[in-house]
Ligand binder design. Sequence first.
Ligand code: ATP
Length: 202
Amino acid sequence: MKFTRLRLSGFKSFVEPTDLLIEPGLTGIVGPNGCGKSNLLEGLRWAMGENSFKSMRGSGMEDVIFAGTNMRPARNHAEVTIYMDNQDRSAPSAYNDSEHLEVGRRIEKDKGSTYRINGKEVRAKDVQLLFADASTGSHSPALVKQGQITQLINSKPINRRRILEEAAGITGLHTRRHEAELRLKGAETNLTRLDDVVGQLE
Ligand code: ATP
């Protein structure tokens, strides 16, 4: 599974639809201060399901929408799509029948985010799990933010362990375990209720 293209539209400084082609090998992005290099990386992390607006340098998630300039009016929605090549069929098994994967996130003012995988609307969790199972995601150690190295050096062992778990691709298992625990708790509550009803009938 390889990232081949990132399309941003109305996202931060990328008001017009903009494609970043990710060719085989190394892709370098150069430009003057403030031209949007970090916004590209944030677009990638956002489409992978990032849900912390602070880590997107905003005071609310809607801050990712183009806020307008003296010359251009603000937008009321933003969209980022990640295009992936899956010809080697290395995507998690649920998506292995597709040669190409398209994962998109869209946010509309006052309406929140919606996610799509190959055109089909899915939950944020489905997108996060897709990337977690592929050993990547919005918190992947491969995506190094400004100041992150210093933060890593100063972080507690438990946070460093999280980084190792993400690299090993087992973060998705934690999410699934949590979901299974919630289902188990629900089943236990139902059983207790059932016992009460049976007790009343006897
Ligand atoms: P540096 O090299 O200094 O780190 P950079 O190339 O990484 O800079 P970014 O931080 O990606 O630049 O982009 C900052 C620019 O994005 C600023 O000009 C800021 O005004 C613009 N920007 C951020 N959010 C929005 C938004 N919601 N609407 C419009 N422009 C935005």
